[in-house]
Design a protein around this ligand. Structure first.
Ligand code: AMP
Length: 442
């Protein structure tokens, strides 16, 4: 399969050649022809599957080959994303893919002054990538008109709902032309997302990229049980002993992020944090320094998680487990991208066992446990529901997982490891999930 055989035009193929993309990923193979044909789409795809190119390439082609010039304060395609970082990243992808096409693109998000955005929109923009809150601000201040919108893309729709953007999305739907193409991308499909797809999409083509695909299976995941208070020390120990290079570390709170950075910096380890308390320029600076290799450890909260596109990141560490189980999938999606291999290590203390159980139920597998000598927890980390019962008649020896996981590091627990029966809760209904998080990314 080649990009040319999917019907993409020469200027796009040229850009892809420069970027070194040789073969379309499974989601691209399915999405590109459908979007070119004008179909609505409901796609289940995780980060790292190449979904951005899956919608950006055909959209750029459609916009460049049909339709007139864009009017003042108008847009022809709207890409809604949950966070500022993702807005920047998706915008950057549009620019790269569309470098040989006369299609204008722009990103608008909160946390920065609205005035330059209003000024730029005066000239009209073909593709606007935006977070929901700022988009509505611009619309309500008459800086933006939706009459010319031909295509709406909802990227990471599940995350937008998790961040509490449901009302904003309803307001956007109400303001957009009814005649349009709508593409919905989501890593997980809750009842709410399905309901949205049912009412807002027209005869959508459903695409599901199996989580067994090669872009994700190369992530090796395991848990290191430990006591809560020893996590910083354990992290430093692993960093040194396992000779980790650059690591993206996820923590639960902004305060936790700052504390860890301070601890690392005190040990002369170049570290920076990216979280919601930092203004947008500071967040982008931290990300750029990390990408440039000047910062070894980037500590992030989940708000920042979605927007990070870092090539070949070998390690992701969950210093704290996420409260929302789905975030685990997004976090570990930062490594093992586009076929590269990666490791995702979770430091888990006794309090976090319910969160671990919810994650394991969601990903339908039991994560291996690998105690670090010298850091065995005083507060026992109970086995999860998935781990506790030992199968009576196992058909095959287990690869990693459960009590038998002592023999790690042979613990490749990719998405295609033997599937353990979930202890409880269907995906998207994690008992640990809060009702609605505070809206962010405006
Ligand atoms: P995404 O899932 O859209 O965030 O993409 C994940 C990563 O894969 C990004 O760094 C893309 O640049 C890269 N990528 C996307 N499609 C391809 C492809 N067909 N070949 C190689 N790399 C790709």
């Amino acid at each position: 399969m080649t990009f040319a055989s999917l019907g993409l035009a020469a200027p796009l193929l040229q850009a892809l050649e420069t970027l070194g993309y040789q073969t379309p990923t499974p989601i691209q193979t399915q999405a590109i022809p459908a979007v070119l044909a004008g179909r609505d789409l409901m796609a289940a795809a995780q980060t790292g599957t190449g979904k951005t190119a899956g919608f950006a390439l055909p959209l750029l082609q459609r916009l460049s080959s049909a339709g007139g010039p864009v009017a003042s304060n108008s847009i022809r395609a709207l890409v809604l994303v949950p966070t500022r970082e993702l807005a920047e990243q998706v915008h950057a992808s549009f620019r790269e893919y569309g470098q040989h096409l006369p299609v204008s693109t722009y990103a608008a998000y909160g946390g920065v002054s609205i005035n330059p955005q209003m000024m730029r929109l005066r000239r009209g923009v073909d593709v606007l990538v935006a977070t929901p809150g700022r988009l509505l601000d611009l619309f309500r201040q008459n800086a933006l008109k939706f009459k010319q919108v031909e295509t709406l893309i909802l990227d990471e729709a599940d995350r937008m709902l998790d961040l509490g953007f449901s009302r904003e999305l309803d307001a956007v739907f109400a303001a957009l032309p009814k005649q349009r193409q709508t593409l919905l991308f989501s890593a997980t499909f809750s009842d709410e997302i399905r309901a949205m797809a049912k009412t807002r999409l027209r005869d959508p083509l459903s695409i599901e990229v199996s989580p067994r695909n090669s872009t994700v299976k190369s992530i090796k995941q395991w848990v290191v049980p430990c006591d809560k208070k020893r996590k910083p020390e354990l992290f430093l120990h692993l960093l040194k002993n396992r000779k980790w290079g650059q690591v993206l570390v996820f923590v639960k709170t902004r305060k936790g992020a700052e504390l860890l950075v301070t601890t690392l910096q005190a040990k002369k380890i170049p570290a920076d944090a990216i979280h919601g308390d930092k203004n947008q320029p500071a967040r982008l600076r931290a990300l750029e320094s990390f990408k440039a290799g000047e910062v070894q450890i980037l500590v992030a909260t989940d708000v920042a998680a979605r927007g990070l596109d870092i090539d070949d990141l070998p390690q992701v560490v969950n210093f704290d487990l996420p409260i929302v189980a789905e975030d685990y999938i997004h976090r570990i999606g930062r490594t093992g991208r586009a076929g590269a291999s990666g490791e995702a290590i979770s430091l888990v203390c006794a309090d976090e066992v319910p969160l671990l159980a919810a994650i394991e139920a969601l990903i339908k597998q039991t994560l291996s446990r690998d105690e670090e000598p010298g850091f065995e927890p005083d507060h026992r980390v109970p086995l999860t529901g998935n781990t506790a019962p030992v199968a009576k008649k196992p058909k095959k020896p287990k690869v990693g997982g459960g009590r038998s996981a002592k023999n790690v590091p042979g613990n490749w627990v990719g998405f295609d490891a033997p599937v353990a029966k979930p202890a409880r809760s269907a995906p998207g209904r994690s008992p640990a999930k809060p009702a609605a998080a505070k809206p962010r990314g405006r």
